[in-house]
Design a protein around this ligand. Structure first.
Ligand SMILES: [Ca+2]
Ligand SMILES: [Ca+2]
Length: 505
C-alpha cells in the first residue's frame, strides 16, 4: 500500500472515530446527510461559483481550507432551503476570512446576508469581518439553523437580526463565539466608543432556541461590550439554555419590550460587567442558572430594571441581584453568595476559572435544594434531572464536574473532557470504568490530529472505579510537542472514547 493510500485510510479512520466535541466538552450531533442536489466546492473559485448559482434546497459542501472572501461582495442567500456546510465536521477546518476586525475602510462589511427561509449553515468558521458575520436581510426569514459554527474575531456581531418583520423559529446550537481582539477606543468613529460589539443582537425574533453555545472573551474598548446575547425590541418566546458564557463584558441582555424569554441552565462567568441585564421584560423566566461574577467594579451579577411577571428560581448567584425601577421578584428558592464567600464557592464548583460551574460534591448546599419547575427537565449537560432538583445549571451526578454523564452501568466507560482545555503545559482527563469492565485490556493514548499516536499515557489491565491521567504535552521520548489539536483516546475492551485537547503555547 502506498503512503498516500495509508494516509487516506488513517484520515477516514480518524473522521469516523472522532465526533466533533465543543470547547466545553459537548459532542455535536451530526447533521442528517443531504440526499440530493449536492455541490462540493474545494477552492475559493468553486465556492464563489456555487454560491452564485445557488438553488432552492441545495447543499453546498465546502472542503477544508481557508477562504479569503474579502474581495467578494457580501454572500447573499436568497433561495429557500439552502445548506452550506464544512466537509469534515470540525469548524476549524473551513475558515472564511473577511476584511478585518479593525478595518475602518470596511465599516459596512457584512459577510453573509440571509434573505430566505430554512437556511442552514454548519461546521465552519466565520472570522475577521469588520461588522457582521451573519445578518438577516429583510427579516421575516424563518426556520434557519446555525449549527457548530465558529464566530471568531468579528468586529461587531456574529449574528445580527435588525428591526423589521418578525423572524420565527431559528435554532442556534453548538456554536462558538470568541474574540482574541478588543476594539480600540473610538475605532472608526464607533457610536459607542469601541463598545459596539457582542455575540449576537436580535430584534423581532420569535420562538428561537439558542442552546449549547460557547461565548468567550467578547469585550469592548472600555469593557462595556453589548452582551454575548442581546435580545431586544420585540423579541418573544426565546429559549436561551445550556450555554457557557465566559469572560464577556456582559452575558445575556434583554432590553426594550421582550416577552416570555426563558433563560435556563446557563453557566456564566462574566467579565467586567454582568451576567444578565434585563430591562423592560414581560414574563421573563430565569431558572436554574449558575452565575459567578468575580468583578466588584460593577453593581451586580444580575440586574433587573422595570420588568413584570418575572420568574426567578433555582439560580446560584455569586455576586448580587440588583432590582431597579418597577420590578418585583420573589427571590425565594435561589442561592445567593456574596463575594466574601469565595472559599465556600470554590468548594462547590469544578473550576470557575475555566467556566466549569459543575457541582463537585454531593454534600454541597445546592444539591437537592431546588424546586420542580414547569419547563425545566434537564440540566446544562442535557441530562435529565432526577430526584429533588439541584439549584443551579448542573444536576449533580457521581463523577460530575468535568465528567460528562451517562449511564455508567450501560456505557461501561465514561471519560471527561480535558481540563484545562486549551492547556499549557498540562491537562487532565478523568475516566470512570464500571465493574463489568474489570480486567479488560486498556490503554490511553494521545493522537495527533493526523491520527498518529504520539504518546501512550497508560496501558495494561483495567481496574474499575474513577481515575485520572495527566498529559504534560510531551511525546513518547519526552519532547514537548507543538501547539495544536490532539485527541486523548481511552480504549477499554471494545469501548472507546476520545476527547479533544488543544495545546496553546
Ligand atoms: Ca438532585
Ligand atoms: Ca450534570
Amino acid at each position: 500500500m502506498s503512503m498516500k493510500n495509508l494516509a487516506y485510510l488513517v484520515s477516514i479512520a480518524v473522521s469516523v472515530c472522532f465526533a466533533y466535541t465543543t470547547f466545553d466538552g459537548k459532542e455535536v450531533p451530526p447533521l442528517p446527510p443531504a440526499q440530493s442536489n449536492i455541490v462540493t466546492a474545494r477552492t475559493p473559485v468553486a465556492l464563489y461559483q456555487a454560491l452564485r448559482n445557488q438553488s432552492a434546497g441545495q447543499t453546498i459542501v465546502i472542503g477544508n481550507g481557508t477562504y479569503d472572501v474579502s474581495p467578494w461582495e457580501s454572500i447573499l442567500i436568497d433561495v429557500d432551503g439552502l445548506t452550506i456546510q464544512g466537509e469534515s465536521g470540525d469548524p476549524a477546518d473551513v475558515v472564511f476570512v473577511g476584511r478585518g476586525f479593525e478595518n475602518c475602510d470596511a465599516v459596512g462589511e457584512e459577510m453573509i446576508k440571509i434573505n430566505s427561509d430554512r437556511f442552514t449553515i454548519a461546521n465552519l468558521t466565520l472570522s475577521e469581518t469588520r461588522t457582521q458575520a451573519l445578518k438577516l436581510q429583510t427579516m421575516g426569514n424563518d426556520s434557519c439553523l446555525v449549527h457548530n459554527v465558529r464566530f471568531f474575531n468579528n468586529g461587531e456581531w456574529g449574528i445580527k437580526a435588525p428591526n423589521g418583520p418578525v423572524s420565527y423559529g431559528w435554532e442556534i446550537r453548538y456554536c462558538h463565539f470568541e474574540n482574541t481582539k478588543v476594539p480600540v477606543i473610538d475605532r472608526c468613529q464607533d457610536m459607542d466608543g469601541g463598545n459596539y460589539i457582542g455575540g449576537m443582537t436580535l430584534m423581532k425574533c420569535d420562538g428561537w432556541n439558542i442552546h449549547d453555545n460557547v461565548y468567550l472573551n467578547i469585550q469592548g474598548a472600555t469593557n462595556r461590550a453589548m452582551g454575548a446575547i442581546l435580545a431586544w425590541n420585540g423579541c418573544a418566546s426565546l429559549v436561551i439554555q445550556r450555554n457557557l458564557i465566559m469572560g464577556c463584558d456582559q452575558g445575556i441582555d434583554l432590553w426594550l419590550t421582550t416577552t416570555n424569554v426563558v433563560i435556563r441552565n446557563n453557566m456564566i462567568v462574566p467579565g467586567a460587567m454582568n451576567s444578565m441585564y434585563i430591562t423592560d421584560g414581560t414574563g421573563t423566566q430565569v431558572c436554574n442558572n449558575t452565575v459567578f461574577s468575580v468583578f466588584t467594579t460593577n453593581n451586580g451579577a444580575i440586574i433587573f430594571n422595570n420588568s413584570t411577571g418575572v420568574t426567578f428560581k433555582n439560580n446560584i448567584v455569586y455576586g448580587s441581584l440588583v432590582q431597579n425601577g418597577t420590578v418585583t421578584i420573589d427571590t425565594g428558592n435561589n442561592i445567593f453568595l456574596t463575594r466574601t464567600n469565595r472559599l465556600a464557592a470554590a468548594a462547590w464548583f469544578g473550576d470557575e476559572s475555566m467556566g466549569d460551574l459543575h457541582l463537585k460534591s454531593d454534600t454541597c448546599a445546592p444539591v437537592n435544594a431546588g424546586i420542580s419547575l414547569a419547563g425545566v427537565s434537564d440540566d446544562w449537560d442535557g441530562v435529565q434531572r432526577t430526584g429533588p432538583y439541584d439549584i443551579g445549571a448542573d444536576e449533580y451526578a457521581v463523577g460530575n464536574g468535568i465528567l460528562p454523564q451517562g449511564d455508567l452501568g450501560a456505557a461501561g466507560l465514561v471519560v471527561s473532557q480535558a481540563s484545562p482545555n486549551p492547556f499549557n503545559p498540562a491537562t487532565r482527563v478523568r475516566y470512570s470504568i464500571s465493574e463489568s469492565m474489570q480486567g479488560k485490556l486498556f490503554s490511553i493514548k494521545v493522537h495527533a490530529a493526523s491520527g498518529v499516536v504520539i504518546k501512550t499515557l497508560a496501558s495494561g489491565i483495567v481496574l474499575s472505579g474513577t481515575h485520572d491521567v495527566v498529559w504534560d504535552g510531551t511525546d513518547n521520548v519526552s519532547h514537548p510537542v507543538a501547539s495544536g489539536i490532539y485527541w486523548i483516546v481511552v480504549q477499554c475492551g471494545a469501548a472507546q472514547k476520545s476527547v479533544r485537547a488543544v495545546l496553546w503555547k
